[in-house]
Design a protein around this ligand. Structure first.
Ligand SMILES: [Zn+2]
Length: 265
């Protein structure tokens, strides 16, 4: 079965222009979710998508919602809409900035975007799964092994302490991982890893590199439906080649000091 795992970021009425690709209004998100329902899709938890890999049943057209970064607007803008429409979600939190600002976005001019606090995180209801998104939002595929492990371990430990429940999902910042990073995630107790890939998730995928579909801020509901259709016909091998090529370019052009500062992801 091919399952869209949607990747959203900031859900807010307004925000910095630099964030526009990664930001949409609550009303647009509601329009997306309603359009999916009209198309016969049913929102399920990410854990149900994972359990289905072992044969657990799913509705006819399932999809899952994930929201990256842990911006404060998740709690005050996205969650009321998700609850109104009975849509479960997974929020992936960059722990180093909890209670502060999205400082890794400063080079884009969006470093003042507020993050959820520990109080916000602890108050999230059970239908919101909390997952990790690294501690500093560094691109883990460009880090040496020890630093990548530290990003994975710290993110998990901080979140488990705050939310008081197991944290078993990690979304690699920008979607980038390597085999070594995925192995470290498994060693450290994660059970699921999320990438990007702009294709639909299939049960044959690596459980530590589930493909997600980016929902851009400028997409109308019809754009999203067309995009999902296009993602469903995409050859996964092409994505792997593109990511490998892009990693070579990032290694060469970003330089060590900028590797964790190149966008939202
Ligand atoms: Zn991110």
């Amino acid at each position: 079965m091919s399952i869209p795992i949607l990747m959203l970021h900031s859900i807010a009425p307004t925000g910095p222009e630099a964030l526009s690709r990664w930001q949409m209004t609550p009303w647009r998100m509601a329009a997306h979710l309603l359009a999916l329902a009209e198309e016969g899709y049913t929102a399920v938890t990410l854990q149900r998508v994972v359990a289905a890999r072992d044969g657990a049943p799913l509705p006819r057209r399932p999809y899952a919602v994930t929201v990256d970064d842990g911006f404060a607007d998740f709690a005050c803008e996205a969650l009321p809409v998700l609850e109104l429409l009975d849509v479960p979600s997974t929020v992936l939190v960059t722990t180093g900035y909890v209670g502060g600002r999205a400082e890794w976005l400063a080079p884009l001019g969006a470093g003042d975007v507020p993050m959820m606090s520990t109080t916000d995180l602890a108050a999230l209801p059970d239908h919101v799964e909390v997952g990790a998104h690294g501690h500093t939002h560094a691109m883990m595929d460009l880090l040496d092994g020890d630093r990548a492990r530290a990003e994975l371990a710290t993110g998990r430990a901080v979140l488990e302490d705050v939310v008081g429940r197991p944290v078993t999902t990690v979304a690699y910042p920008h979607g980038y991982s390597t085999r070594e990073v995925r192995r470290a995630a498994a060693d450290l107790g994660y059970r699921t890893g999320l990438g990007v890939g702009d294709r639909l998730h299939g049960h044959a995928d690596d459980p530590f590199a589930l493909a997600r579909v980016e929902v851009r801020g400028d997409m109308e509901p019809d754009d999203l439906l067309r995009h999902l259709h296009a993602c469903g016909t995409r050859d996964p091998r092409l994505g792997r080649v593109k990511r490998s090529a892009w990693r070579v370019i990032r290694r060469g052009t970003l330089g060590r000091q900028q590797r964790h500062l190149a966008g939202v992801g």
